[in-house]
Structures are given as C-alpha cells and as structure tokens.
Ligand binder design. Structure first.
Ligand SMILES: CC(C)(COP(=O)(O)OP(=O)(O)OC[C@H]1O[C@@H](n2cnc3c(N)ncnc32)[C@H](O)[C@@H]1OP(=O)(O)O)[C@@H](O)C(=O)NCCC(=O)NCCS
Length: 121
C-alpha cells in the first residue's frame, strides 16, 4: 500500500534511508527540508505493517509563477528492492504532483533509472 507519510513514520523513514544509502546524508536532507517547510508531500510504501519504501517531493524555488517539484530522495528497503516498489512510488508521486498543480518535476539521479518514468536529460 502506498499512502501519505505521517509524523509517526519519521523514525522508520530515517531508518529506510540510512539503510538503503548506507549513510545518513539523505536522512539529514529530509529533516532539513521538513524544518525549512519545503516539503510538498512524502509517500511511504507499507507491507505487512512495516514501512519498506519512501519518496519525498519538495518545492523547488526555481520559478516565480509556477510550482516545480523536486524528487529527492527516494529509498526502498534493500530486501524489497527490484520488485517494482520504487517504480510505483515514482508513478504515484508523479500523479500526486499533478494533483498539486506542479508543471514540472526535476530529479537529480541515476540516468538509467528515471527516463523510464518520462524524465529526460
Ligand atoms: C533506486 C531504488 C529506490 C529503486 O527501488 P526499487 O524498488 O528497486 O525499484 P524498481 O523495482 O521499481 O526498479 C528496479 C530497477 O531499478 C534499477 N536500479 C536500482 N538501483 C539502481 C542504480 N543505482 N542505478 C541504476 N539503476 C538502478 C534496476 O536496474 C532495476 O531495473 P531492472 O530490474 O530493469 O534491472 C532502490 O534501489 C534504492 O533504494 N536504492 C538505494 C538508494 C538510492 O540510490 N536512491 C535513489 C537516489 S537517486
């Protein structure tokens, strides 16, 4: 199940990011974006009562008139990777960005992974 993240999910989101990236830079980025009020929304993937994936979209201050979203970071618990969960988080995130009225999404990430969801260099 993919749903919006709640405050009670924050410790599990930190753990997923630290474990998937093997460092805490991304967890600290998430906390800084929250503290600065820049988060548009966060989605989590839940399986059997546990959180196994996370994606965050923030407001990118690049355009005076239109809303542009930044996708970062995203992480899937290592034991659940390569089962399509990351893809479902991105697709649900793109749909949700449309609901928010965003007219573009920017991602800094793996050049082989994101084009399959419509991103281009
Ligand atoms: C990237 C990540 C979120 C993908 O999640 P996932 O649930 O495995 O994604 P999916 O199952 O939808 O897709 C799997 C595809 O991702 C690709 N992929 C995963 N990690 C990749 C990487 N580092 N570089 C390029 N492609 C990658 C795989 O090639 C796979 O494609 P294939 O099965 O056709 O070979 C997950 O691997 C992860 O958490 N990685 C560590 C953190 C990270 O790098 N986050 C992205 C920051 S830009």
């Amino acid at each position: 199940m993919i749903r919006h993240a709640r405050t009670a999910d924050h410790p599990a989101i930190r753990e997923i990011n630290e474990t998937a990236f093997g460092k805490d830079d991304e967890a600290r980025l998430i906390e800084a974006l929250r503290a600065n009020g820049d988060v548009m929304f966060e989605l989590v993937a839940e399986a059997e009562g546990a959180l196994v994936g996370h994606i965050l979209f923030s407001r990118l201050w690049a355009d005076r008139t239109g809303l542009i979203a930044a996708l970062a970071p995203m992480a899937v618990w290592p034991g659940h990777q390569r089962r399509g969960l990351g893809g479902r988080l991105i697709e649900t995130g793109i749909d949700t960005c449309r609901d928010f009225g965003a007219h573009a999404i920017v991602v800094l990430g793996h050049p082989d992974y994101y084009p399959r969801f419509g991103f281009s260099a």
